[in-house]
Design a protein around this ligand. Sequence first.
Ligand SMILES: Cc1cc2nc3c(=O)[nH]c(=O)nc-3n(C[C@H](O)[C@H](O)[C@H](O)COP(=O)(O)OP(=O)(O)OC[C@H]3O[C@@H](n4cnc5c(N)ncnc54)[C@H](O)[C@@H]3O)c2cc1C
Length: 391
Amino acid sequence: MITNNTYDYILAGGGLSGQMMALELQKVIGDNERVLMIDKSDKNENDRTWSYWSTDRSLTDVLARKVWNKIKVSGKGFNEKISIAPYHYATIRGIDFYNFTKKELVNDKRFEWVTAVVDKIEEDSGVVKTTDGKSYTGKLIFKSYFEADKLEIPTKDYSVLYQQFKGWFVKTEKPVFDTDTVTFMDFSTLENTHETRFFYILPFSGTEALVEYTAFTANRMEEQIYDDHLNWYFKEKLKVSNFEIKEKEFDFIPMTDYPFPQKINGKVVTIGTTAGFVKASTGYCFSRTQEKIKGIVQALSIKGKIEESDIVSPFHFRLLDSAMLEVTGKGIVPGERFFISLFKKMAPEFLFRFLDEKASMREIIRTMFAVPGKGKLVIATIQKLMIGNKI
Ligand SMILES: Cc1cc2nc3c(=O)[nH]c(=O)nc-3n(C[C@H](O)[C@H](O)[C@H](O)COP(=O)(O)OP(=O)(O)OC[C@H]3O[C@@H](n4cnc5c(N)ncnc54)[C@H](O)[C@@H]3O)c2cc1C
């Protein structure tokens, strides 16, 4: 029996991947199909700012707060501004994206939006139950909600790290920022460490920027440590004492090669972080999510079904990503040495293509030879290979 609470698609979680899915579905679904988006939040706040590199300008041109064509990488023996063409690097504020999606969907009668907490999804029947006692039935459910704090990952076989960052959105009295160039990785540091830790600057104007301290860590660190580093960086590196902190961001992205239990064939399909869309070795996921969601919707509309290859990255890329996470995340090869060496030897265009999993086998081998401590990377790859298709 079809009731008003029956939908063709239910998006359980309406953050980045849920909303990207809604925008893609809007392009292909029929006039009588119905889509329900359920999120525990109204998405009325700027809960994050996404930055990404891409060659796809579809969202960038509509939503980016700023776009850059150059990045700067600084560390021992290297301090270069590099052009990233044909890529661009852009920043989109969460709230701008959420408002854009709402504007696109508000007059489309096929879409409904409910603010509620999903309690349970019954996979066989496709019933989604929310904590306010309501039930909705979906022919296909895209599940993207998850709680990072409650991630339980068996650490024996997998690397689990945190990309933890503290960012200050600042306004300085005098122009100090180079508006054309993103400081992608500045390995200047207050203390010696093998971990991958760096400063990152998104300059919005000469006097406005997001300045962030990022660390790949096995255990999350006290917020004060990040503040100490940021204070040091402003004083010793930027030589700025007169500035106002407009907003702060302190959060983390889990970085893991754990293969999240993927659901593809039944009524529930996982997308977003919970489907492994966050690249383990970098923590980036905006462009990957955009690409994977487009692939899923295309598969649905052309083949009428989703296959594993539409969601899951090829094995050799997962394997390499996992080995890179092991050596850089755990400081087996010091983060600064690893990344500086890569940027010294490879053009960013090539590195981005490699990280986007578009490099050919020849290019992958070239990258393996360019990294310092390649023996350690090879050992990590073999170790990961031994746990085989669990990755
Ligand atoms: C502060 C921060 C900054 C980041 N910056 C970048 C960046 O610069 N570049 C990049 O590529 N990636 C970045 N990331 C990674 C980030 O995880 C992804 O960009 C992206 O938001 C993940 O999309 P998602 O759909 O998986 O999760 P989310 O966007 O988090 O969406 C999940 C949604 O589920 C909802 N939800 C949770 N539980 C329930 C429930 N029980 N019922 C209903 N709804 C629920 C939440 O409200 C949320 O809207 C950042 C992450 C954080 C936390």
